[in-house]
Design a protein around this ligand. Sequence first.
Ligand code: 8ID
Ligand code: ZN
Length: 352
Amino acid sequence: MSPSIPEMQWAQVAPRIGGPLEYKQIPVPTPGPDQILVKIKYSGVCHTDLHAMMGHWPIPVKMPLVGGHEGAGTVVAKGSLVSEFEIGDRAGLKWLNGSCGDCEFCRQSDDPLCARAQLSGYTVDGTFQQYALGKASHASKIPDGLPLDAAAPVLCAGITVYKGLKEAGVRPGQTVAIVGAGGGLGSLALQYAKAMGVRVVAVDGGDEKRGMCEELGAEAFVDFTRSNDLVADVKAATPDGLGAHAVILLAVSEKPFQQATEYVRSRGTIVAIGLPPDAYLKAPVLNTVLRMITIKGSYVGNRQDGVEALDFFARGLIKAPFKTAPLEDLPKIFELMEQGKIAGRYVLEMPE
Ligand code: 8ID
Ligand code: ZN
C-alpha cells in the first residue's frame, strides 16, 4: 500500500449486539484483488445501521461491527483485478458491498437478491471508519463536481426510494403517499417524486418535519401524532379525495403497514420499504381483491438504479436537507434517531 495510507484509523465499532459503540483506532484494511480501498470523507447514517447494531432482524450480523453504508470518498488503493476505478477517483460504497455475480438473481441484475451478497455495515465492515473496502464492480462512481456530503445519503436512501417509486409504477400527475416522509429516506423520496412529476401527500409527525416536507414539495402533510382519523385525512389530502395511487412505506413502526390498504386508491400499489422489527403487513382479503390492490416489497436497488439515482442528483433535481456531525458523535445521532427526532439525514464527517 502507498505510504500515505496509515496503518491505523479511527472507527466507530459495535463490539456486540446492543452496543454501546466504541470510538477507537483499528487497523486499515488491505484490498483484495477485486476490491477498492476508499478513504471515506462522509458517511450518511441510515436507520438500518441502528437496526444492525441492535440486532433487530433475524439475519446474522457480523460482530464486532463497523456499521455504515452511505460512504463517499476517494479511492486510495485497489486490487490487481480492478479496472473500474483509478487511484484518486471519487467513489461511493453502498449497502450492497458485493454479490456473487453468478446466481440467477445476479445474472438478471437483481443483485440485491443474491443469497451470497455482502452487506456493508452488516456482514462486512462498513463506512463508519476512515478507510473502507468495497468490491469495485459494486462501488458507485460519484460524478465530478458533486459535493460528497450531499451525495452520501443518495447511496442508500436515494437509491432505495428511487427504486421504490419505480416499483410503485406511479405516473406523472398521480399522487403518492409517503409514510415516514420526514426521515432520511422520506426526505429524498419527496424530492425524487417531485422530480418525476408525482404529487405527494407526506405522512409523519411534528412541526419540524411538516415544515421540511412542505419545503421539499409535499402538497399536503398529515401528522400521524395528531390525526384522529389518519385514513380519512390521507384520502382527503389527495386532490380528488379518492386516495393515493401509491403508498411508499418508510416508517419504522408497524401500524402504517396495517393502514395503507385503507387509503390506497383502487388499483393502487403499496410498496413496503421500512423494516420495523417483528412487523407484519396486514390487508383485508375482500378489499384487496375487489379493489385490485397490489402490495409489494422493494429492497435497495441494482447498480443501474444507483447510476440513475446519482444522475438525478447530478442534474440538480435532488436537494434533501442533511446535518453534518463528526464521526465521534454517532452515539448521539443513534439516540436522536431512536426517538424519531431527526428531520432528514445526518451525515458523519471523518476526522482528517
Ligand atoms: O432497501 C430497503 N428496503 C431499505 C433501505 C434503507 C433503509 C430499508 N430501509 C429501512 C430502514 O432500515 C428503516 O427501517 O427504512 C426505514 C427508514 O429508514 P430511515 O429513513 O433511515 O429512518 P428515519 O430517518 O428514522 O425515518 C423514519 C421516519 O418514520 C417516521 C419517523 O417519524 C421518521 O421520520 N414514522 C414512524 I417511526 N412512525 C410513523 C407513522 N406511524 C412515521 N411516519 C408516519 N407514520
Ligand atoms: Zn440504508
